[in-house]
Design a protein. Structure first.
Length: 234
């Protein structure tokens, strides 16, 4: 059985202050995990709760307040709320935030989940479908290099709006680096100097294992380039 607590410790001990959470898309509500009680304005709001140390699961109705997140998670809105998705898209296209022709290309889960479980990576008792790592560009650059070294990096470009599409994109195409979006930053408190890195749960061990090689190489190259800068600058 994978020791996710150990992998979480390796991530933080190697990269520094990054945050990693586990997201699992399930065919049935899990046993032994508390169901989320309350309401949230967005699907990514659950990421924030997990990053603060909470472990829980949601059901599709918990995501209805987020028409875009429901779309990327293949969750159909109920009668009476289905127009909220088109209304949000009309707002975004009307202000020039997104083009209507982009919508069909937004990655989605292949099928709706019966439940979605969230937890800090160090505390998860379930196998993650995606691990969301939040951090500053420098550490995530090295994490991306580790993914490349492990053969786990996708060829997708930097992902943008909506942030939640990076989850199904990663599940289908390996690791994904995401710049986030304004909605995600409002709902989660993501700082201006932070990004996300999505890792498919099945490749997490490979990426973390490669981190020590990547860190050592970066340390050596930093000394090399520092020396060159000193000797070749006049």
């Amino acid at each position: 059985m994978t020791d996710y607590a150990a992998l979480a410790r390796l991530l933080t001990s190697t990269l520094g202050p990054v945050s990693a959470i586990s997201v699992s898309f399930l065919d049935a509500p899990p046993q032994g995990i508390r169901k989320f009680e309350g309401t949230m304005p967005s699907g990514c709001s659950f990421w924030k709760l997990a990053s603060e140390g909470r472990s829980f699961y949601t059901v599709p109705s918990d995501h209805y307040n987020c028409p875009i997140g429901s779309y990327t998670h293949a969750i159909d809105l109920p009668d009476g709320r289905a127009t909220e998705f088109t209304g949000t898209i009309e707002l975004m296209t009307g202000i020039g935030y997104i083009r209507a022709e982009e919508v069909p290309g937004i990655p989605r889960l292949p099928r709706p989940p019966a439940a979605v479980a969230y937890a800090p990576l160090a505390q998860t008792t379930l196998t993650p479908d995606v691990v969301i790592v939040k951090g500053q560009p420098g550490p995530l650059m090295r994490l991306q290099e580790a993914a490349m070294g492990a053969g786990a990096a996708s060829t997708l470009p930097l992902s943008g709006r909506p942030t939640c599409m990076a989850l199904p994109a990663s599940m289908a195409s390996r690791t994904v680096l995401s710049a986030g979006c304004v909605g995600n930053r409002v709902y989660t408190g993501l700082k201006d100097d932070e990004l996300y890195f999505m890792i498919p749960g099945a490749r997490l061990g490979d990426v973390v294992e490669q981190l020590s090689v990547t860190e050592s190489a970066n340390t050596t190259l930093a000394k090399y380039h520092t020396s060159r800068r000193t000797t070749l600058t006049s």
